[in-house]
Design a protein around this ligand. Structure first.
Ligand SMILES: Nc1nc2c(ncn2[C@@H]2O[C@H](COP(=O)(O)O[C@H]3[C@@H](O)[C@H](n4cnc5c(=O)[nH]c(N)nc54)O[C@@H]3COP(=O)(O)O)[C@@H](O)[C@H]2O)c(=O)[nH]1
Length: 926
C-alpha cells in the first residue's frame, strides 16, 4: 500500500511536475485542471490519503481560482504527503518567481515597442495585421487594436508598397521602401520571417518618418546649388585648429580672383592680401576669427594677375551640433567700383579739380594735425602763402586755357620743390599754400623758398609761347606767428602782400610790424573810399629847371592825402591801393581837373605860363575813354593842351608798346606833351622807343642818387642822355639833391633837373610864391668850372695835405684837397681836375680802388699814388689795368715831386687833346 501510495504519490508528483511545467510555460489554468484530473485518477489509492489529497486539491483549486501564488499546502504529518505538500509549495514559489519575471519581460517588450519612434507591425502570410505598436496612431491615425486583423489596403497601404509586401510574403527576403503618406515621407523596412521549418510565417514591418531628413537633405542640396550658382564669391575655410585653410570656393570666387579652386583650396586666405598687410580691416578680421564671431570688413585684395580690388567681406562661423565652430563661411562682394566712386567723391571734396592738389579743406585738416604734432614734440612749421605775379595778364592775353595750363605747371613745380611729407595746396585762382613741416630753423625754410622762386621763374612753353612768371611768397611760422591753421594762413597771406608791395618775385616773413601795416592798410582802404567826398586830397607842385638858363620850365603835380587820423600820406602808400580798389579812375580824374584848373589859374593871375605835368597810372592809360576824358577836362578848364604834360612810366609804356604808340599818338594829336618817367628802371626796346611820340625822358632818381661816386650810374646816365639826344628828346634828371650831382649832370649834357636841390614838392601857395618871384638856379652851379691845371690831393692826415700843398704851390697850379675818397668824388664832379695824387691807405677805400672808379668816370685824369706802404700786388695790378699812372714813395723829394707833377699835367693835356680829336693844347699856364 505504502509502495502503492508511494507510487501513486510519485505519479501524482509527476503529474504535478508536468502541471508545474505547463504552468511554468504560462498555462497555469490548464495545469490546475490536469491536477484535478490526476486527483480524480488517484482516488482509487485509498481513502486514507483522500483527506490529505483533498486538502492539497483544495489548496490547488484555491490557487487556480484566485490566481494567487501566496496560498500554501498544509505540510504536517511528516509522511509522504507532507513532503509532497512541501514540494508543492516550493514549486509554487518558483512558479511565482517565473511568472513575475515573465510579466516583467512582457511589460518591458511592450514598453520598448510602444516607445519606439518607429511604427512596428507584423502581418501574417495572408497580410493580415497580427501586431502593431501604438505608433500606428501617429502614422495612420488608428487605435492599435483597430488595426489588428486589417489588410494593408484597409490600413491605407496600397500600390507598390502593397505589391512589395505581397512579393515578400510569397518569396521571402527583405526590402526598404520609401513612399509618401499623407504629405510625409515614410521609409519602411520589410522583413519576411520564417518559422522553425523555414516557411514564411509573417512579414515584419518597421516604418520611420524621414520627412525631416528629406527636407534637410533637400535644403542642403538647394543651398549647395545656390552657393555654386551665386554671383557672390563664397569661401569656406576650416576653423582655427585647422589653420583657417580654404576647403571650398565657388565659381564666382574663381571668376573674381583668377585663382582656380585647386589653387585656392588648402591655402590660408592671406595670399589674397599680397604684400598689403597693413590694413585696419585685417586687424578686425583676425580678432573676430579668434573670438569665433561674425565680422564685416572691407579689405584691399589682389587677383592672381596682381590687380587690386576692394573686397567687402562677411565672415560667419559654422557650428556643429555641440556648438563648436568647425568652419567659417565668407561671402565676398567686389565693391571696387563703389569704393573708387566714393574715393573720387572724397577726393573731389578735398582736392582742387584743376591741379589735383589738396584744397582749402584738406589743407586746414593737415595743418591742424601738424600743429598738434608740433605742439607735442616742440617742432616748427612754416606756412608759405604764394601768389603768382601778374597771372591775370597771362589770362587776359593768352586766354583761360593757357592760364589753366600755367597753373598746372606751377602745381607740379611746387610739388617738386618740397619733400613728399610737406603739403602743397591750391586755394583757388593763382593762390597756393605750402606747409613745410618740421622746420628746424629759418635757413631750411629759406632754401626751400629759394628753390620755389627759381623753379617758378623757369621759362615755360604755353600755347606755343615761351613765358616766364614769378611769384611772391609770404611766410608765417608756427608757433610764433599763430597757434591755429586759420591764423597761420591769414598771416602768411599778409606777409605775401608785403612781398608784392616790395616789387614781387621775393618772399617776406610775417612780423608784428607787418600786422600793424596790414591793419593800417585796412584803415586806408576804408578811408580811401570816402577821401574824395571828404575833400582830403591836395596837390603839391615841384618845379623843373632848365640847366642852360637856370629857369623853371614846368611844374609836376604830386598828390597828397591828408588823412584825418594818419596825417599826410605820400602817394606811393595809397596810389597802388587805389589802383587795386578800382578808385584810381576817380582820383586820377580829380588830379587832372585840379592840376589843369591850377595851371589855368596861374596863367590867368599872371603868375606863370608853364606846363603842368601829372602822373598817369597804368590803369588810366589803358582806360578806353581816357582821351575823351582828357579832351573834356581841357575844354572845361579851359587849358591849352600844350600846357599839360603827362608822365607815364617806362615800364608801363613797354608793357604793350604797340598800344602805347597808339595812345601816345592820340595824345600828341590832342597837343598834349608826354614824358617817359623813371627812365632806366624798365626794359626799353629801342625799336619802340624810336616810335614813341614823346617829348621828355626823365632819368630815374636811382641813377642820380649815386652818380658822383658810382661809375656804372654815371655810365647809364650818360647813355640815357646820349640816346635821348639822338632821338631829339630832352632829358630831365630826377631827384637831384646836391651841387655835385647837378654839376656832373650838367657837364654830361643833361637838359633839366628836378629835385630837392632846387625845391621839394610844395603846397600850392608856396609854389605860387616861388613862381611869382621867378626863382632860378644860380648859373655858377651849373657844369664843372674849368680852371687851368688843377691838382687834387687826397690824404686822411691833414698835416700831409698841408705839407704837400706848400711844396706844390711852386708849380703854380690850383690845388684842391680832400680828407676822404668820398669828398674827392664830389670835388671831381664839380671841377675839372687833371692830376690826382692820393694816399693808398684810406678809411672808405684804398687809393687803388678809388682810382679804379675814377678811371671809368674821368678817363683822362692822371692818377698817382703817394704812399709809405706798398701793397705790391695791388699796385702792380692797378698799374697794369691803367688805373694808376705812377706810384711814389713817402717821404718825397720836393723838387722831384714838382717835376713829376708838371710832367703829369703835360700828359693830361695831351690825352685830352687826343681824346677830343682836337689840335689845340688846352691852357698850359702854370
Ligand atoms: N597816378 C599818380 N601817381 C602819382 C601822383 N602823384 C604822385 N604819384 C606817384 O607817386 C610817386 C611818388 O611821388 P612823391 O612821393 O610825391 O615823390 C615825388 C617827389 O617827392 C620825389 N622827389 C622829387 N625830388 C626829389 C629828391 O630830390 N629826392 C627824393 N628823395 N625824392 C624826390 O620824387 C617823386 C616824383 O617822382 P616822379 O613822379 O617820378 O617824377 C611818383 O613817382 C608817382 O609815381 C598822381 O597824382 N597820380
Amino acid at each position: 500500500m505504502y509502495r502503492h501510495i508511494t507510487l501513486s504519490s510519485l505519479a501524482l508528483a509527476a503529474v504535478l511536475l508536468t502541471a508545474a511545467g505547463m504552468i511554468a510555460l504560462g498555462a497555469l489554468h490548464w495545469g490546475l485542471l490536469l491536477l484535478l484530473a490526476a486527483w480524480y485518477g488517484s482516488h482509487r489509492f485509498g481513502r486514507a490519503v483522500v483527506s490529505r489529497i483533498a486538502a492539497l486539491r483544495h489548496t490547488a483549486s484555491e490557487i487556480a481560482r484566485s490566481g494567487s501564488f501566496d496560498l500554501k499546502a498544509e505540510v504536517d504529518g511528516g509522511n509522504e504527503f507532507s513532503s509532497l505538500a512541501e514540494s508543492f509549495n516550493a514549486m509554487m514559489d518558483r512558479l511565482r518567481t517565473a511568472y513575475v519575471q515573465s510579466q516583467a519581460n512582457e511589460t518591458e517588450i511592450k514598453s520598448l515597442l510602444d516607445n519606439s519612434p518607429h511604427l512596428i507591425a507584423r502581418f501574417d502570410r495572408d497580410l493580415r495585421c497580427m501586431y502593431v505598436n501604438r505608433q500606428v496612431q501617429f502614422y495612420f491615425d488608428l487605435h492599435p487594436e483597430r488595426a489588428l486583423g486589417k489588410t494593408p489596403e484597409e490600413l491605407g497601404i496600397r500600390g507598390s508598397v502593397r505589391t512589395q509586401m505581397a512579393r515578400l510574403a510569397r518569396e521571402g527576403g527583405e526590402a526598404v521602401y520609401e513612399y509618401d503618406h499623407g504629405g510625409r515621407s515614410l521609409e519602411t523596412h520589410f522583413v519576411a520571417e520564417r518559422d522553425a521549418d523555414g516557411n514564411i510565417s509573417s512579414i515584419l514591418c518597421v516604418t520611420r518618418d524621414v520627412t525631416a531628413r528629406r527636407v534637410a537633405e533637400e535644403g542642403l542640396r538647394l543651398a549647395a546649388r545656390a552657393i555654386e550658382s551665386s554671383d557672390y564669391p563664397i569661401v569656406v575655410t576650416s576653423a582655427a585648429q585647422d589653420g583657417f585653410l580654404i576647403r571650398y570656393v565657388n565659381p564666382a570666387f574663381v571668376r573674381l580672383t583668377g585663382y582656380s579652386a585647386e589653387e585656392a583650396i588648402g591655402r590660408n586666405c592671406r595670399f589674397l592680401h599680397g604684400d598689403d598687410r597693413d590694413q585696419p580691416g585685417l586687424e578686425e578680421l583676425r580678432a573676430a576669427l579668434q573670438e569665433e564671431r561674425e565680422v564685416h570688413v572691407v579689405l584691399r585684395n589682389y587677383r592672381k594677375d596682381g590687380s587690386r580690388f576692394w573686397n567687402e567681406l562677411s565672415v560667419s562661423p559654422v557650428r556643429d551640433a555641440n556648438g563648436a565652430v568647425t568652419h567659417f563661411v565668407s561671402e565676398m562682394v567686389d565693391v571696387t567700383a563703389r569704393r573708387e566712386a566714393q574715393e573720387q567723391l572724397e577726393h573731389q571734396a578735398t582736392h582742387d579739380p584743376l591741379t589735383g592738389l589738396p584744397n582749402r579743406n584738406l589743407l586746414t585738416d593737415r595743418l591742424m594735425q601738424a600743429i598738434s604734432y608740433a605742439q607735442r614734440y616742440q617742432r616748427m612749421i612754416a606756412v608759405a602763402f604764394l601768389d603768382l605775379d601778374k597771372f591775370k595778364h597771362v589770362n587776359d592775353t593768352l586766354g583761360h586755357d593757357a592760364g589753366d595750363q600755367l597753373l598746372k605747371i606751377v602745381a607740379e613745380r611746387l610739388s617738386d620743390c618740397v619733400r613728399d611729407s610737406d603739403t602743397v595746396a591750391r586755394l583757388g585762382g593763382d593762390e597756393f599754400v605750402l606747409v613745410l613741416y618740421d622746420q628746424a630753423n629759418e635757413d631750411i625754410t629759406y632754401h626751400a623758398t629759394q628753390r620755389v622762386l627759381s623753379s617758378i621763374a623757369e621759362p615755360m612753353v604755353i600755347a606755343g609761347r615761351e613765358i616766364t612768371v614769378t611769384c611772391s611768397i609770404g611766410f608765417a611760422v608756427y608757433p610764433q606767428d599763430g597757434a591755429d591753421a586759420e591764423t597761420l594762413i591769414r598771416n602768411a597771406d599778409t606777409a605775401m602782400y608785403r612781398a608784392k608791395e616790395l616789387g614781387r618775385d621775393n618772399f617776406q616773413f610775417y612780423t608784428e610790424e607787418l600786422h600793424a601795416r596790414i591793419n593800417e592798410r585796412l584803415a586806408m582802404e576804408t578811408g580811401l573810399r570816402r577821401a574824395l567826398e571828404h575833400d582830403e586830397f591836395e596837390l603839391h607842385y615841384q618845379p623843373r629847371v632848365d640847366l642852360s638858363s637856370g629857369k623853371v620850365t614846368a611844374v609836376e603835380a604830386l598828390i597828397r592825402w591828408n588823412h584825418p587820423e594818419l596825417g599826410q600820406i605820400e602817394p606811393l602808400r595809397f596810389v597802388p591801393l587805389a589802383e587795386e580798389l578800382g578808385l584810381i579812375h576817380r582820383i586820377g580824374e580829380w588830379v587832372l581837373h585840379e592840376s589843369c584848373r591850377q595851371q589855368a589859374a596861374w596863367q590867368k593871375a599872371g603868375v606863370a605860363d608853364l606846363p603842368v605835368s601829372i602822373n598817369i597810372s597804368g590803369i588810366q592809360f589803358v582806360q578806353k575813354d581816357f582821351i575823351k576824358l582828357l579832351s573834356r577836362v581841357l575844354r572845361e578848364t579851359p587849358l591849352d593842351p600844350s600846357r599839360l604834360e603827362l608822365e607815364i612810366t617806362e615800364s608801363l609804356s613797354m608793357q604793350d608798346p604797340e598800344n602805347s604808340i597808339r595812345v601816345l599818338r592820340e595824345l600828341k594829336a590832342l597837343g598834349v606833351r608826354v614824358a617817359i618817367d623813371d627812365f632806366g628802371t624798365g626794359y626799353s626796346n629801342l625799336h619802340f622807343m624810336k616810335q614813341f611820340p614823346v617829348d621828355i625822358i626823365k632819368l630815374d632818381r636811382s641813377f642820380v642818387q649815386d652818380i658822383v661816386r658810382n661809375p656804372e650810374d654815371l655810365a647809364i646816365s650818360n647813355a640815357v642822355i646820349s640816346m635821348a639826344h639822338s632821338l631829339h628828346l630832352k632829358v630831365t634828371a630826377e631827384g637831384v639833391e646836391s651841387v655835385a650831382q647837378l654839376a656832373l649832370l650838367a657837364d654830361h649834357g643833361c637838359d633839366e633837373m628836378q629835385g630837392y636841390y632846387f625845391s621839394p614838392p610844395l603846397p600850392m601857395e608856396q609854389c605860387t610864391a616861388l613862381l611869382r618871384e621867378s626863382r632860378t638856379l644860380p648859373m655858377e652851379k651849373l657844369g664843372r668850372r674849368q680852371v687851368n691845371r688843377t691838382i687834387l690831393l687826397i690824404d686822411d692826415e691833414p698835416h700831409v695835405l698841408s705839407a704837400l700843398e706848400r711844396i706844390l704851390r711852386r708849380t703854380g697850379c690850383r690845388i684842391l684837397t680832400a680828407n676822404s675818397a668820398l669828398d674827392a668824388f664830389d670835388l671831381m664832379a664839380m671841377h675839372e681836375i687833371g692830376v690826382i695824387l692820393s694816399d693808398q691807405r684810406m678809411p672808405e677805400m684804398t687809393g687803388v680802388e678809388f682810382f679804379a672808379r675814377i678811371r671809368n668816370m674821368y678817363p683822362a685824369t692822371v692818377r698817382m699814388i703817394l704812399s709809405g706802404y706798398a701793397d705790391v700786388d695791388a699796385v702792380t695790378n692797378a698799374i697794369n689795368i691803367g688805373a694808376v699812372y705812377k706810384f711814389l714813395n713817402k717821404p718825397w723829394d720836393a723838387n722831384e715831386l714838382c717835376t713829376i707833377i708838371s710832367e703829369a699835367f703835360d700828359k693830361y693835356e695831351d690825352d685830352v687833346l687826343r681824346l677830343s680829336g682836337g689840335v689845340e693844347r688846352r691852357a698850359v699856364a702854370c
